[in-house]
Design a protein around this ligand. Structure first.
Ligand code: C5P
Length: 465
């Protein structure tokens, strides 16, 4: 064992997945978890729905330091599919206690619970320790299922012990003594290399690692939500944006030490009003005024950058009614609206920031050079995205297909591609919007660091010239 004498445990460096199913012996799995940990294993727990009625997920999470997998359909906080991550990274899966029902489901490949799903998806050894009433254990159905697991699937079966059972009777069916189960896990992994030594590819820790404050001292401006363009005092043209992505970006930037201004149009999520400077706007024109004031100060002040990065996640209307009615329009004969295009705000910011002709902008743009990030919500192909990045003069463009399931408006997840000005293209997997926000900010932080390093080198060269 690894505790006490300081010698490495027999499972040192291993990831062991402990599958717990709904037997009264489920409480013994808590002690089994402790024994596996004492052997040096990193343990992640898969809990079936019925097992969670015997022992709560919280006990397992606290002892394993990993979130407990309970639902086949639930994604991890970082958007990965939990039972697949477990299946792909665990050195062994041990199912203890395994109920008669679970043996039947497993023997037939019925993956309705996380334990069966992980076993089906893994190429690692599986150890099974059944526990049940004596008659259930000796029933031919159970015995046939156990035989299938052992002979056809090559699972190691830790046969139950004889003794007093939950029913009050005495017989075979008691969960095997825990050291015997631990020994079976040790034997199952013997001689195999550690499958996934990289902690980042294993299941996440229960307490998410805090990112370093790599945006400390930076002013990050984020726009979020959908603009509303008035038709009359009660009606507007809007869009489906929920503001989730923009608010996730603001939250993530705050978490990384940035000072954040969040310019929020219509949003359906809570805003971090106590930690960020929040400016509420309604129309594209209001968003433009608020943004230009925040980024460059009031005209005619020279455009000095008051920000380090702009992330333009807002869904800005492309058209607005040319002449909104002063009073409520009546149904009458119907309505024809004349629309005018709104200014491309991001392109305008870019022109000012880069010095390509914005009002009062100097030839070189503002110093230090801010990082500009745009979003492109596309339907179908992302072919137009590189051209959009060039036209708007951006450092990064985050493109996504809003028609894809789990991506885009209103959803909590997003699958995005990050394009950069050098022609790079980083396709991210389906992630929670918060995780996608952090990946985008990784790029922003790196771009700002590169900018500062280049500035320092240039200043040194000037001094030495
Ligand atoms: O051209 P498209 O509307 O797809 O560009 C999207 C990007 O441009 C987003 O970052 C959006 O916030 C911004 N945008 C803008 N002004 C507009 C329309 C879009 O700044 N009038």
């Amino acid at each position: 064992m690894s505790d006490g004498d300081g010698a490495p445990g027999r499972l040192s460096g291993r990831l062991v997945a402990l599958g717990v199913t709904g037997s009264i012996a489920a409480y013994k799995a808590v002690e089994l978890l402790r024994l596996l940990t004492a052997e040096g294993a990193d343990v992640v727990v898969l809990l079936s729905a019925s097992a969670s009625r015997f022992v709560g997920a919280l006990s397992f999470a606290a002892l394993s330091r990993h979130p407990v997998e309970t639902d086949v359909l639930e994604l991890q906080a970082d958007g990965r599919i939990g039972h697949i991550v477990v299946a792909d990274s665990a050195d062994a899966i041990v199912v203890a206690p395994a109920t008669a029902h679970w043996l039947g489901a497993m023997a037939n490949g019925l993956a309705a619970d996380v334990v069966t799903a992980a076993c089906l998806a893994t190429s690692s050894p599986v150890v099974v320790a059944p526990a049940m009433d004596g008659d259930m254990w000796t029933h031919p159905a159970t015995q046939a299922n156990v035989a299938r697991l052992r002979d056809a699937f090559a699972y190691a079966i830790v046969e139950p012990d004889t003794g007093s059972l939950a029913s009050g009777q005495s017989g075979v069916g008691r969960l095997a003594e825990l050291p015997r189960i631990v020994d079976a896990v040790v034997a199952a992994v013997a001689g195999r290399p550690i499958r996934q030594p990289d902690a980042g590819a294993r299941p996440p820790l229960a307490i998410a690692p805090v990112r370093e404050e790599d945006l400390g001292g930076r002013h990050v401006v984020v726009t979020a939500g959908g603009t509303r363009e008035p038709i009359d005092p009660v009606r507007f043209i809007g869009n489906r944006s929920s503001g989730r992505m923009g608010v996730a970006l603001a939250e993530a930037a705050l978490g990384r030490g940035a000072s954040v201004t969040l310019i929020a149009a219509d949003v359906s999520v809570a805003l971090p009003v106590d930690r960020a400077r929040v400016v509420r706007v309604e129309t594209a024109d209001e968003l433009r005024s608020a943004l230009l004031e925040t980024l460059f100060g009031s005209p005619p002040a020279p455009p000095v950058a008051r920000f380090d990065a702009l992330v333009m996640a807002a869904a800005v209307a492309d058209f607005t009614p040319r002449a909104p009615a002063a009073g409520k329009l009546s149904r009458g004969e119907g309505l024809s609206l004349e629309l005018r295009p709104t200014p491309d705000i991001l392109a305008e910011v870019s022109r000012i920031a880069r010095g390509a002709g914005g009002p009062g902008s100097p030839g070189d743009g503002v110093i230090p050079r801010p990082v500009l990030v745009g979003f492109a919500a596309e339907t179908g192909s992302l072919d137009r995205a590189p051209d959009k990045l060039r036209r708007k003069g951006l450092d990064l463009l985050v493109a996504n297909d809003v028609t894809e399931a789990g991506s885009g408006f209103g959803s909590d997840t997003n699958r995005v591609v990050i394009l950069d000005a050098e022609g790079g293209r980083e396709a991210l997997p389906l992630l929670s919007k918060r995780a996608a926000a952090d990946r985008i900010l990784d790029r922003v932080a790196a771009a700002l660091d590169a900018r500062d390093a280049a500035g320092q080198t240039a200043a040194m060269q000037e001094r030495n010239a």
